[in-house]
Design a protein around this ligand. Structure first.
Ligand SMILES: N[C@@H](CCC(=O)N[C@@H](CS)C(=O)NCC(=O)O)C(=O)O
Length: 216
């Protein structure tokens, strides 16, 4: 099935999206909601395997969502790269930080969440969860289980780093908070809850979840 690209203002683009609990497309949806921007969307069902079908692989050969297709033939994948592009098109409110230090801090937090929290979580998901058993062959459940303490360990690090701060960069809500929110919620879906004693992280999560964009 060929996918159409629709027009949005001066920019022609099409967002390939998958519903929750998929955490990576949700990052882009929250980002768009924070910007107050709407883009044309084509849903890609992961449960029905559409992300691995021929039509979608012609868009993104990795068979992953999200993707953002531009009318010049470029397809952006990687949720954070898509958000960065959208930031360029719609700079207000800035979600990638201000100035050299502000931007570097947000990159630092985003990478820390992705590498120290999301990576082990995705190993738990891929190697222990019954949903992924159909596609991850072979699964290594012992290895998956071994990553669970790394997930809670990263939550603990983030709790300490947050201290009493409102948001990760210490100033305002940013893409780093979006990446953390989607990852924490996905962790709950996978069965790795935030430990009870992580008060700063839990308070941060309540604040982030109270933003209307969290409904995306
Ligand atoms: N690093 C990529 C990850 C994309 C990704 O793993 N997406 C998931 C859905 S949340 C997916 O398509 N998984 C299927 C697969 O990896 O085969 C991003 O941030 O966009």
């Amino acid at each position: 099935m060929p996918y159409a690209i629709f027009e949005i203002g001066e920019d022609r683009l099409l967002f390939y999206d998958s519903p929750n609990p998929a955490p990576n497309p949700r990052r882009v949806r929250i980002f768009l909601a924070e910007k107050g921007v709407r883009v044309p969307v084509t849903p890609v069902s992961i449960t029905r395997g559409e992300h691995k079908g021929e039509a979608y692989r012609a868009i993104n050969p990795l068979g992953q969502t999200p993707s953002l297709a531009l009318d010049n033939g470029v397809v952006l994948t990687e949720s954070v790269a898509i958000c960065r592009y959208l930031e360029g098109l719609h700079p207000q409110p800035p979600l990638f930080g201000h100035g050299a230090l502000g931007q570097a801090l947000i990159d630092m937090w985003t990478r820390r969440v992705e590498m120290r929290l999301m990576f082990p979580l995705s190993m738990v998901w891929a190697h222990t969860h019954p949903f992924t058993a159909r596609v991850v062959k072979p699964q290594y459940p012992d290895f998956g289980e071994s990553q669970r303490p790394r997930v809670t360990g990263a939550m603990r690090e983030l709790n300490r780093a947050l201290g009493g701060r409102e948001w990760l960069d210490g100033e305002r809500y940013s893409v780093a908070d979006i990446v953390l929110l989607t990852t924490i919620d996905f962790a709950a879906f996978v069965g790795v809850a935030m430990p009870e004693d992580l008060t700063f992280l839990r308070e941060w999560h309540a604040r982030a979840s109270a933003r209307p964009s969290a409904n995306a």
